[in-house]
Design a binder for this molecule. Structure first.
Ligand SMILES: NC(=O)c1ccc[n+]([C@@H]2O[C@H](COP(=O)([O-])OP(=O)(O)OC[C@H]3O[C@@H](n4cnc5c(N)ncnc54)[C@H](OP(=O)(O)O)[C@@H]3O)[C@@H](O)[C@H]2O)c1
Length: 424
């Protein structure tokens, strides 16, 4: 059976957020265990971010594994091959895709840096769960190093773009300007911090920061020159805000329809509220959309900003793709050579132990001082040659007696004896 890498991808390019949420709400451990149990799978990993769910498998039975992957995915989303919701890739295409992902080229916000650590975390998690072997280890390590290389050698990530910066860009685009506005940031983790960094310099009137752990809200508010508020006091502040930016890892809704409705009522007739929720799963109830005076956007709403970002980075993307192609060729070669690695390792071990034994003998004679150095070195070299060639010589004689021409031919090729003859 031919061993191959097979991967399945549900990403922001083919699926909307609600579809990604259907798979995303299942924890990684369950996903990776189920993937690992599919027939043929020898190694596997799951990459799960707000923009993608990707299953990678190194399999000895690609037909059974593909079928198993389809069954696994169809447990979470309606699997319809006609809709192209799920993309399947094999071997080089699959690896190229992972290299592109780690380099930020497949991200909704092309060039964002966060995906790099997400790929690393996915690899480490799969390793800790016992699903990584030599093949995926090589592939993921390469993806992580290519991600770094692309970022240092090109300007694909210039301007520290992120989902956070895109959310702020979207707010600016919708409201014209953030100057004088009152902004509430919900969350104080990595994404909320990226939002905060991008807000600096936009000269809003007030920034409130709210977080489950109040101390972290205080820290981020201090950085922004804003005010921390407790998560259970949102009601007291929501009506004062023009913009709410939400980025938490809560699996539950944080802003529901009733809360927003009350805030709008307190704002008065002409009150307006822009809410941008970049959480995955979403933290703002979808039915908030029906309220007059509210504009609610989620990750899907960032697509417009994302598209412009791609246009601005065309040259850098091209350069990154060149690096990826080069690195892919090197990796392909290493993977092809992997079949020989076990034999090479065993061969090295065998010959190293012969070398050590002969070296010890030669050193003992030299330390004894009675034998001439030239004589010891000559004996050492002769002993090594004899020992190294003993087994192949015996094998070749046997092969000749048994008329096994193919072994004689393989030996000539292996020891490059035809070339030697031509040279002399
Ligand atoms: N990182 C990215 O590149 C990226 C990109 C796009 C979208 N997102 C989305 O942004 C959100 C935050 O991601 P992150 O990278 O900032 O994660 P993070 O660094 O782990 O921070 C998680 C944040 O969520 C809060 N939180 C966790 N569980 C909560 C709960 N049950 N109730 C209320 N708050 C809770 C945490 O509060 P405590 O301080 O109390 O723990 C913290 O503020 C996620 O939904 C993620 O999918 C992230």
């Amino acid at each position: 059976m031919i061993e191959t890498i097979l991967s399945a991808h549900v990403t922001h390019k083919s699926a909307d957020l609600s579809c990604l949420e259907l798979i995303g709400k299942h924890d990684e451990r369950t996903l990776i265990q189920r993937l690992g149990n599919i027939k043929g799978v020898k190694e596997c990993a799951v990459l799960r971010t707000c923009n993608r769910i990707e299953l990678y498998a190194f399999t000895e039975d690609s037909v059974a594994t593909r079928q198993g992957m389809e069954e696994l995915i169809s447990k979470f989303i309606p699997f319809d091959p006609e809709r192209n919701l799920v993309q399947f890739l094999t071997q080089t295409d699959s690896i190229r895709h992972l290299l592109r992902v780690a380099s930020g080229l497949e991200s909704m916000i092309v060039g964002e840096d966060q995906i790099q650590s997400q790929v690393k975390e996915a690899f480490e998690f799969a390793g800790a769960e016992g699903h990584i072997g030599p093949v995926l280890s090589l592939v993921f390590r390469k993806a992580i190093s290519v991600g770094k290389k692309v970022r240092t050698e090109t300007r694909v990530n210039k301007g520290s773009v992120s989902v956070g910066s895109a959310a702020v860009d979207l707010a600016e685009r919708l409201l014209g300007d953030l100057e004088g506005r009152t902004i509430l940031v919900i969350g104080a983790g990595e994404m909320a911090t990226l939002i905060a960094k991008y807000l600096v310099g936009k000269r809003p009137n007030t920034i409130f920061v709210s977080n489950r752990t109040y101390d972290r809200a205080v820290e981020l508010a201090w950085y922004l020159g804003g005010q921390a508020i407790r998560l259970d006091s949102l009601y007291d502040y929501l009506h004062r805000c023009d913009i709410v930016l939400v980025a938490t890892s809560s699996p539950h809704v944080i802003l529901d329809k009733m809360m927003v409705e009350k805030a709008l009522a307190r704002k008065g007739e002409r009150g307006k509220l822009l809410i941008i929720d970049v959480s995955f799963p979403r933290n703002v109830a979808e039915e908030v959309k029906v309220l007059g005076g509210v504009e609610l956007h989620d990750m899907d709403g960032l697509r417009g900003v994302a598209q412009e970002n791609i246009m601005r980075r065309k040259k850098e993307i091209h350069e990154a793709e060149r690096i990826i192609s080069e690195e892919l060729q090197l990796l392909d070669r290493k993977l092809e050579e992997m079949g020989a690695s076990e034999v090479i390792r065993a061969m090295r071990k065998k010959y190293d132990s012969m070398k050590e034994r002969e070296t010890r003998k030669a050193m003992n004679r030299l330390n004894g001082g009675s034998d001439a150095t030239e004589e010891v070195v000559a004996d050492f070299a002769n002993a090594l040659t004899s020992r190294f060639l003993a087994d192949p010589t015996e094998m070749l004689k046997n092969a000749s007696r048994e008329k096994r021409e193919e072994i004689l031919k393989a030996a000539k090729e292996l020891f490059r004896l035809e070339e030697e003859k031509n040279v002399s």
